[in-house]
Design a protein around this ligand. Structure first.
Ligand code: NAD
Ligand code: TYD
Length: 367
């Protein structure tokens, strides 16, 4: 396999590159990443000398770069992670989400179509795997699960841009017979997670004794999956998935946000240095102004990937959250590098008002 991974310096992409490089499979891997605020070369620094691996800094919207990599490396697999991925940022500035998630995916599809099918060629064993999200299905009430046939109902600029990209990918399969696979996964957590998302933000703030912003009343539910399990699922679909099919991936691990935050607090009280005055970390929880259009509940029915491809999650939430906390405790320099950059501006713009409105004492992030 000659694999092009896009967005391999981000959270899930870097965990996927690591999984492949640590496996004994025979392959060549090129990682195309623009290194936006979310891309971090440090996520793969220890693997950069591997002769099977090449990094290219570039934009998936740049057709010339994509064409060049596919030709130079005889790419026969594309695993497409690159995206703008944070809902709150999509509410503040949706344009970049349309550019990267929609136009970027379109650019990759066009490049693959031209290289793999141009001149009447047969795509053979080539595969285009598009990594997507359960958020395209919208929001659930108290009961029910998203299946592969749930109608799309995206409700944030992020999920709308991912839904658009999913539709383009399906259309390239139906219209041109491009050999695509689509995965729609629930919320991931684990090492190398950028601290704009709930779990790493709460871990880092709680470590330093900073306020813990919980949107609304904390009753929103997400189905959490440890990132290594997601990466194994993607590899399974890449190797054994049926062309044209969609696979939902989930952790079968629904939690209310408040429960997640309280769990992180309790584990940190147990394993991290105590806060001044021995205050329990739960005392840092602040209920803040809700996210506009906040989806209430996501939950995945992962029966198809389990029954057809034999994949199931291996790491329980209780185990995964401890592993994640251990990783952040063991890698303070990784977080320090992020927290010392433009993250401070992001945090103030996103949280100052939210925390002040409810009378919080400090809007400063950890760091
Ligand atoms: P991330 O934000 O951590 O990483 C995104 C990566 O893409 C970064 O390395 C960034 O530099 C790169 N990138 C962004 N724009 C680019 C461009 N125009 N050209 C090239 N590279 C670019 O995201 P993540 O959490 O790792 O998510 C990866 C994929 O998985 C996304 O497609 C996302 O929609 C999907 N997904 C994420 C989750 C989750 O919980 N994080 C769940 C389901 C699906
Ligand atoms: P997030 O990690 O942003 O993922 P997504 O919105 O894609 O599910 O948020 C997970 C949940 O946590 C979501 O319901 C919003 C909530 N949340 C907070 O309560 N506080 C926060 O500071 C953040 C970032 C998220």
């Amino acid at each position: 396999m000659n694999i092009l991974v896009t967005g391999g310096c981000g959270f899930i992409g870097s965990n996927f590159v690591r999984l492949l490089l640590e496996s004994d499979r025979s392959f060549r891997l090129v990682n195309l990443d623009k290194l936006t605020y979310a891309g971090n070369l440090g996520n793969l620094a220890d693997l950069s000398g591997d002769p099977r691996y090449r990094f290219v800094k570039g934009d998936i919207c740049d057709r010339e770069v994509v064409d060049r990599i596919i030709a130079e490396e005889s790419i026969d697999r594309i695993v497409h992670f690159a995206a703008e991925s944070h809902v709150d940022r999509s509410i503040d500035g949706p344009a970049e989400f349309v550019r990267t998630n929609v136009v970027g995916t379109f650019t990759l599809l066009e490049a693959a179509r031209s290289a793999w099918l141009g001149g009447g060629k047969d795509a053979g064993e080539r595969r285009f795997l598009h990594v997507s999200t359960d958020e395209v299905y919208g929001s659930l009430g108290e009961t029910g699960y998203f299946t592969e046939t749930t109608p799309y109902d995206p409700r944030s600029p992020y999920s709308a841009s991912k839904a658009s990209s999913d539709h383009l990918v399906s259309a390239y399969c139906h219209t041109y017979a491009l050999p695509v696979l689509i995965t729609n996964c629930s919320n991931n957590y684990g090492p190398h997670h950028f601290p704009e998302k709930l779990i790493p933000l709460i871990i880092l703030n709680a470590l330093k004794g900073q306020e813990l912003p919980v949107y609304g009343d904390g009753s929103n539910v997400r189905d959490w999956l440890y990132v290594a399990d997601h990466c194994r699922a993607i590899l399974t679909v890449l190797e054994r998935g049926v062309v044209g099919e969609t696979y939902n991936i989930g952790g079968n691990s629904e939690k209310r946000n408040l429960e997640v935050v309280e769990t992180v607090c309790d584990i940190l009280d147990e394993v991290a240095p105590p806060l001044s005055g021995n205050a329990p970390r739960r005392s840092l929880i602040r209920f803040v102004k809700d996210r506009p259009g906040h989806d209430q509940r996501y939950a995945i029915d992962a029966g198809k990937i389990r029954n057809d491809l034999g994949w199931t999650p291996e790491v329980t939430f209780e185990e995964g959250i401890r592993r994640t906390i251990d990783w952040y405790l063991a890698n303070p320099e990784w977080s320090a590098a992020i927290l010392s950059g433009s993250y401070q501006d992001y945090y103030s713009s996103m949280y100052s008002e939210r925390l002040q409105e409810r009378g919080g004492e400090s809007a400063a992030p950890a760091g």
